[in-house]
Design a protein. Structure first.
Length: 335
């Protein structure tokens, strides 16, 4: 059972030397236990925060232990009546090939139906990132048909869902993404009305000008994944009574400060800004997953994956995710 452990904490940018590949024995099953062979690891930006010691909304990842993370796989041995060999499951096994689940922990494994939804999608649009997009859009931005919704990191696991759900609700959806390829995908494949390549805009004036052109009626809802100049530019184009869902601020995950240039606009425009953590709203997951699962199964919700091969590739793939090298949901395929 090969595993990736966190062995040191980053100073500034995370590096491959913060991680170590460790060989462990595949455990023998006791009564009540289930053994899962993980097929996919989910790599997510929140893991960068867990690498730090400092207190955040969640506890730090301990050193010399398996790196935290969502997983999808198959039951390969079971001494538990609730699980049979061959069951497809999602869990939180972390960065390792096998997961042993005790009888009293069986709640951590969710059986999933892969008839119409591929297993990997349960880590993306029909999993945590999908619910994140759904929550921020429907519960915080709550857009009306005809309004304009903007989302940053638009080609990513969360952003791609936000824009498509906004379109389905009759909104104008505008994305921001890094590079012409990502922007073309956001418009041509995902069906957004426009996408701005923020890397083409070196200053606030230029970026806010691009937003003005893409959002002729101003911005009513903003789904924030990034922070920095993008946030400032959106603020300048935001309408009275607009809403911002603060989901992530990836441009500051290495400890860079994220100042906000014009907080007075919150007052002038009577804006609502609200942060959220998706795992604190478990009561809404069934409703969200129902909409997301149906939309993926019927081909209405599109998504894209970047898949690294083998457990040893996880650290580099994760570091790449933080730099935008991923295109869509970043996964590691183990089987
Ligand atoms: P993505 O698939 O969107 O991947 C991250 C993307 O962020 C990169 O591809 C890159 O896209 C963009 N990015 C990285 N650095 C920068 C930067 N300095 N400036 C601008 N863009 C940057 O990841 P997810 O969809 O999984 O996550 C998106 C956001 O949602 C993250 O901020 C994450 O922390 C947050 N999140 C929050 C949750 C919550 O409960 N609040 C739950 C899940 C996710 P590009 O090439 O376009 O720049």
């Amino acid at each position: 059972n090969r595993q990736i452990h966190l062995v040191s904490r980053p100073q500034g940018e995370a590096t491959a030397s913060n991680f170590k590949l460790v060989e462990a024995a595949v455990p023998e099953l006791k009564d009540g236990q289930v053994l899962v062979r993980n097929h996919f690891l989910s790599l997510d930006p929140y893991m960068r925060g867990r690498m730090n010691e400092s207190k955040s909304y969640a506890a730090a990842q301990p050193l010399d232990a398996v790196m935290i993370g969502g997983t999808a796989g198959e039951v390969v041995a079971s001494k538990n009546p609730h699980f049979a060999v061959g069951d497809k499951v999602v869990g939180m096994a972390g960065w390792q090939e096998y997961q042993l689940v005790d009888a009293d922990q069986r709640g951590v494994l969710q059986k999933v139906d892969t008839t119409h939804v591929p297993l990997s999608a349960y880590l993306g649009p029909v999993g945590m990132p999908g619910v994140t997009g759904w929550y921020g859009l429907t519960q915080i931005i709550a857009p009306k048909a005809g309004e304009t919704v903007v989302v940053s990191a638009a080609s990513g696991a969360v952003g791609s869902v936000v824009g498509q759900l906004a379109k389905a609700r009759g909104c104008r959806a505008v994305g921001l993404a890094g590079g012409a390829d990502k922007c073309a995908y956001v418009v041509d494949e995902l069906g957004f009305d426009a996408c701005i390549d923020y890397k083409e805009h070196k200053d606030l004036k230029s970026l806010s000008g691009a937003l003005k052109a893409a959002c002729p009626d101003g911005i009513d809802g903003y789904f924030e994944n990034v922070g920095g100049m993008i946030l400032d530019a959106v603020m300048l184009r935001s309408n009275a009574f607009s809403r911002m869902a603060f989901c992530g601020m990836i441009s500051g995950y290495n400890g860079e400060p994220i100042p906000m240039l014009n907080p007075s606009l919150i007052l002038v425009n009577r804006m609502k800004l609200e942060g959220f953590i998706v795992s604190e709203h478990m009561e809404l997951w069934p409703q969200a997953l129902k909409e997301l699962g149906t939309a993926v199964a019927t081909g209405k919700l599109k998504y894209r994956e970047t898949i690294a091969q083998g457990i040893a590739s996880a650290p580099e793939a994760f570091l790449g995710l933080l730099k935008g090298k991923n295109f869509g949901k970043q996964l590691v395929k183990l089987v």
